[in-house]
Write a protein that binds this ligand. Structure first.
Ligand SMILES: [Zn+2]
Length: 334
């Protein structure tokens, strides 16, 4: 049992661990093994707030895995205070073992029930399990509910660290959450304008959590991450765990540049051509009139000079999104 205390990830991946499903850490925190890569920690004294931290939903995005494993080790050793309920999810374990983004299907397109349409993909059952873990965890929440799904991007980015705010339907955006993201050194926030099959959309929509996908820099293999680049998010998470009641300065309009997804560039056929360099960074500005892509007769042309490109990927299968055009946005009046 001793080895659990410094490497939760290995422990949660070990089939023998299910046998010791619940135990008390020296710090008094109660730890519960829920499934491979899923562990719940409950403080010794009653806590109302509930925080879900997930990582490795894309298996090659290793830095957040290392950061969360280090935080867990410190909680176990009594070096990190815990005053909220905490669920830690290591997402795509099979892909993580192989250093791949995914094996059969991008897991972060399989939430919100989409797993049922890809039953043959190895990621489908896992996405369903992760939904269930989030639903169970937040169903028992008596206070605030937070979910931060930690990622690193495939490509460089003009804004190295950015957050994606899932579409909220009728709910207002949380200024307190924007203030917290600013304290993480997140540089910009994309406000989504439609539902998505991501883990953060699922917990936002179905668990009423303040949920975000956080893109924290470029993906590198295990052991090759410069973890100092992640210190902003790590310190902010540690403060949140120790002091969920913390008061941050109020968020004021303009504190963070905000963007809204304007439209998707869809690859309809193999004739699709993206007129951007392979290494173009996320949030690269698109000059007014710039021909972004063409697909047979269809042309995607930038307008206004303030649009930017996000997640360009011309290698997707026809019918799928090959990029998002975003534009500056304001918080809607609540
Ligand atoms: Zn990712």
């Amino acid at each position: 049992m001793r080895e659990h205390h410094h490497d939760f990830l290995s422990w949660t991946m070990n089939p023998a661990s299910a046998a010791t499903a619940e135990w008390q850490l020296p710090s008094g925190v109660q730890a519960r093994w829920l499934d491979y890569g899923i562990v719940e920690l409950t403080p010794a004294t009653a806590a109302a707030d509930a925080l879900l931290l997930s990582c490795g939903v894309h298996g090659n995005e290793t830095a957040p895995v290392e950061v969360l494993n280090a935080i867990l080790a410190d909680i176990a050793a009594g070096k990190q205070a815990l005053r909220c309920r905490l669920l830690v999810v290591f997402g795509n374990l099979d892909a993580m073992r192989l250093g791949k983004r995914y094996l059969d299907y991008d897991m972060n397109r399989l939430f919100n029930g989409a797993h049922a349409r890809q039953p043959e993909a190895r990621e489908a059952a896992r996405a369903a399990r992760l939904e269930q873990a989030a639903a169970d965890f937040f169903a028992a929440a008596r206070g605030r509910r937070w979910h931060y799904d930690l990622h690193t991007a495939i490509r460089g980015s003009v804004f190295e660290k950015f957050a994606i705010y899932p579409y909220l339907h009728e709910r207002p955006h949380s200024r307190a959450q924007l203030a917290w993201l600013k304290s993480c050194q997140v540089e910009t926030v994309l406000l989504h304008s439609q539902p998505a099959n991501t883990y953060s959309y699922f917990s936002s929509r179905h668990c009423q959590a303040d949920a975000f996908t956080l893109e924290l820099g470029k993906a590198r293999p295990f052991g090759q991450n410069d973890l100092s680049r992640f210190s902003g998010i790590e310190q902010a998470l540690r403060r949140l765990l120790a002091e969920p009641e913390q008061k941050l300065p109020d968020y004021r309009d303009g504190d963070l540049p905000l963007f809204r997804a304007k439209y998707d560039i869809v690859k309809h056929s193999e004739a699709f051509r993206l007129h951007l360099a392979d290494e173009v960074e996320n949030f690269t500005a698109l000059p007014d009139g710039y021909l972004i892509a063409e697909d047979g007769d269809q042309r995607y042309v930038a307008a206004g000079g303030e649009e930017r490109i996000l997640f360009p990927n011309p290698t997707v299968k026809p019918g799928l999104r090959a990029g998002i055009v975003v534009a500056p946005a304001q918080l809607p009046a609540d």
